[in-house]
Ligand binder design. Structure first.
Ligand code: NAG
Ligand code: NAG
Length: 216
């Protein structure tokens, strides 16, 4: 009994620490995400109710896409022992001089990876707090996203022991490819409006409009 309890606690701790199960299969996880479907209520939760009504699912796309990118960026940072990412609102495109003058790898990585997200965040008026809300929600709702990055980063780190600018660049490119796959899967999910139509149907029938048509 006590043994079972200890095993259970151990298991829970492992899951919480985000250890990747051995059966974890990236192709299958991507497929799972692409076939998933976020309801309107879930889109609202993702954006912290920033947008009203059905519009949320159309307007939150940039927020989802950038947050998916940031999750990958933070997994790289964790693996390299860098601090958390951000802020994402004020970085401009770095000149070669600024890159060359970076005093350490963390600063170099930040300069290389922050500016394009910063630019989009400014254009779409996405704040640090918006990102926090969206990432917290994605971690809860689509935990496979972070685990896919983590598995890829782990694989890369296993084969590349020397950490220098070249390695950081290669890792960034490698993870960008996974970001593109995740972005495509997430976009597919976004167009999978099956569950949103159901929302709409509930909404319409609750007002008794066309309800007899929809019952068929
Ligand atoms: C992952 O799943 C896909 C599709 O089910 C399969 O083709 C592939 O061999 C699996 N990969 C691994 C490493 O098990
Ligand atoms: C962005 O903000 C950080 C901290 O608030 C600051 O150190 C940095 O210089 C700022 N960058 C730009 C381009 O303004």
């Amino acid at each position: 009994m006590l043994n079972t309890l200890i095993i259970c606690i151990f298991f829970v701790i492992r899951i919480n620490a985000g250890v990747i199960p051995t059966s974890f299969n990236i192709t299958e996880e991507l497929d799972k995400i692409s076939k998933d479907c976020l309801t309107n209520a879930e889109h609202h939760e993702l954006t912290g109710n920033k947008y009203k009504g059905h519009l949320a699912s159309f307007l939150d796309w940039n927020e989802i896409e950038l947050s998916v990118y940031i999750i990958g960026n933070s997994e790289i940072r964790k693996a390299l022992g860098f601090g958390p990412p951000g802020p994402w609102n004020n970085e401009t495109f770095p000149s070669d001089e600024r890159l060359n003058a970076a005093s350490n790898l963390e600063e170099y990585f930040k300069l290389q990876t922050t500016s394009s997200v910063s630019f989009s965040a400014r254009v779409h008026k996405i704040t640090e707090k918006d990102f926090e809300t969206a990432i917290r929600y994605l971690d809860k709702r689509l935990p496979g996203t972070r685990l896919i990055y983590r598995k890829k980063v782990e694989e890369f780190m296993r084969d590349h022991k020397t950490i220098n600018r070249k390695m950081v660049d290669d890792l960034t490119d490698y993870i960008y490819e996974i970001f593109e796959k995740l972005r495509d899967a997430t976009e597919e999910m976004r167009w999978n409006i099956r569950c949103r139509l159901k929302d709409r149907r509930d909404y319409i029938t609750s007002y008794g409009i066309f309800s007899s048509l929809l019952e068929k």
